[in-house]
Design a protein around this ligand. Structure first.
Ligand code: TIU
Length: 287
């Protein structure tokens, strides 16, 4: 067990083996000029400190062996998963699907929808594309967390009061104990971020806890690296689906990947146990 003693409003106790870091929407479209955030009239430079904090948080989570999940807010190229009301809202410089400086705004596969380079996912980490502000709506996030036995969530990402807060509130309703890392999240509106931090931890952690990156990192100890999933898994699953005549569906693929990742992890643990030392290797599959 681990404890973040300085967490507010009181210490946060968690089992790192049952805890995931959920990094919300650290995409170029929100963080860099010429994307969705800028098209809404925001100063994207305000989010830069959170990128630095999120880098430190990711490093700590990775070295402690936490499950790492990245989300990306984006839509299918034909906008089939984008409610017209979402696209029509307001008078932005560019709407979802319009061509911008980083490709089409908030469209899956476009440069702007990718995670910003410093926070790119490593092989084996989960990346979930989401059409909503909350990360549970129309995604496999809950199945992924359940498949890994996760009970506690540590959140970073942008923006604090939109996608991070939506996701954290729903996670709390689903029974996950949630902690928001205050210097790994940010908003285009500093007052909104401050208000979220207060409202999350008010009323005896009504939504969850808050802590700093340093406090989270200080609670974690290095662990064996997580098993890494086959980077070709996406195409393997897609080819299998084609062979079986199953329609390709990113959410379904993520669900399959989550289960495969659990199996690979168990195999990895079992194989480590079976190999006493390098001079006396245990049989490898098929050898
Ligand atoms: N506009 C804004 O603050 N945020 C979003 O639209 N999406 C996320 O927060 N990811």
């Amino acid at each position: 067990m681990a404890r973040i003693a300085a967490a507010l409003p009181f210490p946060f106790d968690f089992d790192p083996a049952r805890t995931a870091l959920v990094m919300i929407d650290m995409q170029r479209d929100f963080l860099e000029p010429g994307g969705f955030g800028a098209a809404l009239g925001n100063d994207v430079g305000l989010l830069a400190p959170a990128v630095a904090g999120a880098e430190r948080l990711l490093a700590a989570a990775r070295s402690a062996g936490l499950l790492v999940i990245h989300t990306r807010e984006c839509h299918a190229p034909d906008l089939a998963d984008c409610p017209p009301a979402k696209r029509a809202r307001g008078t932005p410089g560019l709407r979802i699907g319009d061509a911008g400086l980083m490709g089409r705004i908030l469209i899956r596969g476009q440069p702007g929808a990718e995670l910003t380079q410093a926070l790119a996912a490593l092989p084996g980490e989960v990346v979930i594309d989401k059409p909503g502000k909350g990360a549970f709506y129309a995604t496999s996030l809950d199945e992924t967390l359940q498949a890994h036995g996760v009970t506690h969530l540590i959140f970073g990402g942008v923006t604090t009061e939109v996608c991070v807060q939506s996701t954290m509130r729903e996670a709390n309703d689903r029974g996950y104990a949630c902690l928001l890392v205050e210097d790994a999240t940010d908003s285009y509106f500093p007052a909104f971020k401050a208000a979220v931090l207060e409202m999350v931890r008010a009323q005896g952690a009504i939504v969850g806890w808050t802590a700093t990156v340093a406090e989270v990192a200080g609670s974690l100890s290095p662990a064996a690296p997580r098993a890494v999933a086959d980077p070709d898994l996406d195409s393997f699953i897609d080819n299998g689906a084609k062979l079986l005549g199953i329609p390709l569906d990113p959410a379904w693929r993520e669900g399959v990947k989550a289960n495969v990742a659990v199996i690979l992890r168990q195999a990895h643990i079992a194989m480590e146990t079976d190999i006493p030392d390098e001079t006396d290797p245990a049989p490898v599959f098929g050898a």
